[in-house]
Write a protein of this length. Structure first.
Length: 241
């Protein structure tokens, strides 16, 4: 596992951008797994800057996002599609046909999950970007999620809903369910880049790096992946020796 600890958010974002850019430049067609949430926001801003400066193009990039809330229309201000449009897709030259988000609309969510799984597994994900929850979740794979899980409908833990309530007017407005890539989907990626900042992530990062591998702390399974890079600030790294 490669672990980088940064003094400033700007340095962390620059490194994240550099790593994603290197993957995009590594071959003609690239597939990225992407995350929402606060952790990758600065990285997306830098990638947008690179595209605007014509040092990077997303023309050859296909994306699969980790997850989407159930119960919010796709154009809702807090849907993950809206997030991705605002932070990345609207500002880069990606072909919209190459953007994949789990669909949380309609009545047959299991069928949506299956369709997303099939689309995902028809690609090799070159790099998966992750954040981590304060309870160790990756994607919305909450504690207890089996290692062989694939794309599925999840009921989010109270802690996750509390953590995400900052984006909504109240906790009641935070959806209870989401569709998420499973653990086995995440582990399939050739490279994994996980970004974590803030003291609230310190315990999860400690478990990720040197805890026992257990479904109770889903991020610990990343110890089994051959190519994981962690980009941390000093607070998130504070429980590592
Ligand atoms: C987001 C996702 C989540 C977040 C995690 C951390 O697509 O799957 O696992 O990465 O909840 O969120 P932030 O970055 O907001 O602390």
């Amino acid at each position: 596992m490669n672990i980088f600890v940064f003094r400033s958010q700007a340095e962390l974002d620059a490194k994240a951008c550099e790593l994603v850019k290197a993957v995009i430049h590594s071959k003609p067609q690239v597939t990225l797994g992407l995350a929402t949430g606060s952790s990758p926001v600065g990285m997306y801003a830098r990638l947008v800057d690179e595209v605007k400066a014509k040092r990077l193009s997303f023309k050859s990039v296909t994306t699969f996002n980790l997850d989407e809330y159930v119960g919010l229309p796709a154009d809702h201000a807090q849907s993950y599609l809206t997030f991705m449009n605002q932070h990345l897709f609207n500002h880069v030259d990606i072909d919209r046909a190459n953007i994949h988000m789990p669909s949380a609309e309609g009545h047959d969510l299991e069928a949506n999950a299956k369709a997303y799984h099939d689309a995902l597994w028809s690609h090799t994900v070159d790099l998966q970007v992750l954040g981590v929850g304060s309870n160790g979740h990756i994607g919305f794979n909450e504690p207890g999620t089996p290692v062989d899980s694939t794309v599925h409908v999840v009921r989010m833990h109270k802690q996750t809903r509390l953590d995400n309530a900052r984006f909504f007017n109240s906790l009641d407005e935070v959806p209870e369910y989401a569709i998420s890539m499973g653990i086995s989907d995440i582990l399939r990626a050739k490279k994994i880049l996980l970004i974590a900042t803030g003291a609230k992530k310190a315990q999860a990062i400690k478990e990720l790096v040197k805890g026992k591998i257990t479904v109770d702390v889903p991020c610990t399974i990343l110890q089994t992946h051959p190519d994981v890079t962690l980009l941390l600030d000093e607070d998130a790294a504070s429980l590592l020796s």
